[in-house]
Design a protein around this ligand. Structure first.
Ligand code: GDP
Length: 297
């Protein structure tokens, strides 16, 4: 299960804190040192860990906390609050235009991150909300990506617009926009091509799409299992393309959790949803407070 190691370690630190009636400055510092180690081992970005520990320490080492009734509990509360803050405090919704106006969402990410699956998952969610989603298959390179989108779209009862793999993605996307507006769709989700690694041609293709299509939301899909890499990928995509939010997949796996804690702080962009499995219903809204509770146990 995700975060298992991190949770275990933090719970140990907290148990020690709770068992102490009074806390000295040295007690707090020692406990935070252990928290720091646990976060680093969980693959949380180094700079993020440093800032986090500093913020907790500044609040925890003070007369109010140390002389309070239950100082251990207070420190734990501060760790919790700062962790929620690290992940952006509030849940961020994908902004959708009202009525028949089309919201265009472009899905980007590396191959294997779960982009095509997540695209279909999102379409299902939007449909449930009463939107009229259309999927556009612009991943013309990965064999079977178009077919995979068709199969998943069908499972979700959502139409998939495709033109095979012989047209340029930007032309397919333009045609998809036209198809959406002619047929009363108000939410167009474009599945784009990923590569195994960040490369220039992928970025150029995405930049061209962004330049030619009125993209309202660019959503990056990253794989939580890749830890620090997921964070680096987020940073690069944000610099090169500009992203509005991130969907973190495979949180159901045995991930150490670093990406969930680092992405917001490093990129300034929120995590919108998390992928919790391979089924098309396994997509959950991201709640920073619930995630922190899960991590802290
Ligand atoms: P793409 O290359 O980015 O389009 O990736 P795919 O959508 O084809 O997904 C790659 C693999 O990851 C597939 O086997 C998916 O079933 C799997 N996958 C996607 N999201 C999740 C998730 O949240 N949890 C798990 N366990 N597997 C996922």
């Amino acid at each position: 299960m995700a975060f298992e190691n991190l949770s275990d370690k933090l719970q140990n630190v907290f148990k020690n804190l709770r068992s102490k009636g009074r806390l000295t400055e040295a007690d707090v510092k020692a406990a935070l040192k252990e928290v720091k180690m646990a976060l680093l081992e969980a693959d949380v970005n180094f700079k993020v860990v440093k800032q986090f520990i500093k913020a907790v320490q500044e609040r925890a080492i003070g007369q109010d906390v140390m002389n309070g009734l239950n100082p251990g509990q207070m420190v734990i509360k501060i760790v919790n609050e700062e962790m929620v803050a690290l992940m952006g405090n509030e849940t961020t919704e994908i902004a959708l235009k009202p009525g028949n106006e089309i919201t265009i969402i472009m899905m980007v990410g590396l191959q294997g991150a779960g982009k095509t699956t997540t695209t279909a998952k999102l379409a299902g969610l939007f449909k449930k909300k009463g939107r009229k989603p259309l999927l556009a298959a612009c991943d013309i390179y990965r064999p079977a990506a178009i077919q995979q989108l068709h199969i998943n779209g069908e499972k979700q009862g959502v139409e998939v617009f495709s033109m095979g793999d012989k047209n340029k993605p930007v032309d397919i996307a333009k045609a998809a926009v036209e198809h959406a507006s002619k047929n009363g769709y108000n939410t167009l989700i474009i599945d784009t091509a990923g590569r195994l690694h960040v490369d220039e041609s992928m970025m150029e293709e995405l930049q061209e799409l962004k330049k030619n299509i009125q993209i309202d939301q660019c959503i990056l899909v990253v794989d939580a299992m890749t830890g620090q890499d997921a964070v680096n990928v987020s940073e690069t995509f944000n610099e090169k393309i500009g992203i509005d939010g991130v969907i973190l997949t495979k949180l159901d796996g045995d991930t150490r959790g670093g990406a969930a804690l680092s992405i917001r702080s490093v990129t300034g962009r929120p995590i919108l949803y998390v992928g919790m499995g391979e089924k098309l219903t396994d997509l959950e809204q991201f709640y920073p407070d619930r995630m922190a509770s899960r991590i802290l146990g």
